[in-house]
Design a protein around this ligand. Structure first.
Ligand SMILES: C[S@@+](CC[C@H](N)C(=O)[O-])C[C@H]1O[C@@H](n2cnc3c(N)ncnc32)[C@H](O)[C@@H]1O
Length: 217
């Protein structure tokens, strides 16, 4: 059975106070502070996969303002207030609505690349069956890594949410071959009972690949 979290916790209340639609922003903030995910360039080109309702994109826009070129993807709409804030504060902002594993979405994204950071907080709707949920999460994480392999610049960073399972270890091995550093990290704002974690790939080894992704249909 799917879990429902009824009582707003510390992170949810903080997000409301600070004008973010989702508590997940503090996971990104902690990883950015620890790993300097956005680099130090004067223009930051960001691909945000599974972006709705929009907290991660809004975090990037508040941090980089006019120096941000943002492409966000989700099957769902962004929160209208978020989309409006992104349109007015980012240097450029494109929203692609659709399934990130579908070829037309990938083609739409490719025209806005390359990117300095590819980040994916995409998560399947959970069923409560951890084997099913983990496999669906892994498929999304593999699709996100395919985007990074194709559209991330050399030295660019990658961040992806994964529901941990025996199978997710293979994804971390793939990250190790593509990035100088790869590791998993569970931010404080993750719910303690959740089996989600994040995999980070830091400093991509080579430039755009001719790789044909297996995960895209
Ligand atoms: C945890 S939410 C992301 C929260 C977001 N990072 C934020 O801070 O507001 C996960 C998102 O993944 C999206 N998602 C799930 N499967 C997807 C797919 N195949 N393609 C695109 N987005 C997907 C969902 O629609 C959902 O909005």
């Amino acid at each position: 059975m799917a879990r429902h979290y009824k009582r707003p916790d510390y992170w949810t209340l903080k997000a409301h106070r600070e004008g973010f639609p989702a508590r997940s922003v503090y996971k990104l903030q902690e990883m950015d502070e620890k790993f300097a995910l956005f680099g130090r360039g004067s223009l930051v080109r960001v691909l945000d996969l599974g972006a709705a309702p929009g907290s991660w994109s809004l975090y990037a826009a508040r941090r980089w303002g006019q120096n941000l070129a943002l492409t966000a993807v989700d099957t769902a709409q962004l929160l209208p207030a978020c989309a409006a804030a992104l349109s007015s504060s980012a240097g450029s902002f494109v929203f692609v609505q659709g399934d990130m594993t579908a070829l037309p979405v990938r083609e739409a994204v490719s025209s806005h690349g390359p990117f300095d950071i590819v980040m994916s907080d995409a998560a399947p709707a959970t069923t409560g069956n951890s084997s099913v949920d983990s496999l669906r999460s892994l498929a999304l994480a593999e699709a996100a890594l395919d985007y990074a392999a194709a559209f991330l610049v050399k030295d660019g960073n990658f961040l992806v949410k994964v529901f941990q399972s025996a199978d997710s270890a293979a994804l971390l091995s793939r990250l190790r071959s593509l990035f100088l550093r790869a590791q998993s990290f569970k931010p404080k704002a993750c719910r303690s009972e959740s089996f989600e974690t994040y995999y980070l790939g830091l400093q991509k080894r080579s430039n755009l690949s001719a790789h044909t992704p297996a995960s895209l249909g």
